[in-house]
Every structure is written in structure tokens, then in C-alpha cells.
Write a new protein. Sequence first.
Length: 80
Amino acid sequence: EVLHVNSDDIHKHFSSFFSQLSGFSPDVKLHVANRMYADRAFPVLDTYLSLLRDSYGATIEPVDFQSNYEKVRKEVNAWV
């Protein structure tokens, strides 16, 4: 609301931006790392999964923050 832009427009613009990145120049490569880590105990709505995938090319990685937080920390840092 502060930026006077609705959320649907933001998602569409990001999707368009990511789609256009590959067309700038064959000599330029940009790797975008989009992933969300969510605790397995936390239910993620299918509509949110679709939004992440379709608008941002992102995935959700289910992990066990509660009992394996150190392993998850290392996994996240290795992925980035």
C-alpha cells in the first residue's frame, strides 16, 4: 500500500523481469538463487507454492528446523 502497487502487479513484474534476464546478451550470465526453506511442520498452501514457482522460479525446501537446525544451517549456506 505504501508504494501504491498491488501484490498481483509486483508478482507479474518480477516474473517478467526474470524472463527477460536471459535475453540481454549471450556473454552475460546471471544466476539467481530463489529458494525458501520451511519447516516440515509448517503447512504451505498450494497457491503459495504456485506463486513462488510461477512468478519467481522458486521452490520450497521442506526441512526440520526444530531438531536438525545445525544440519539445515549448513545445507542453506552450502546451497547459497
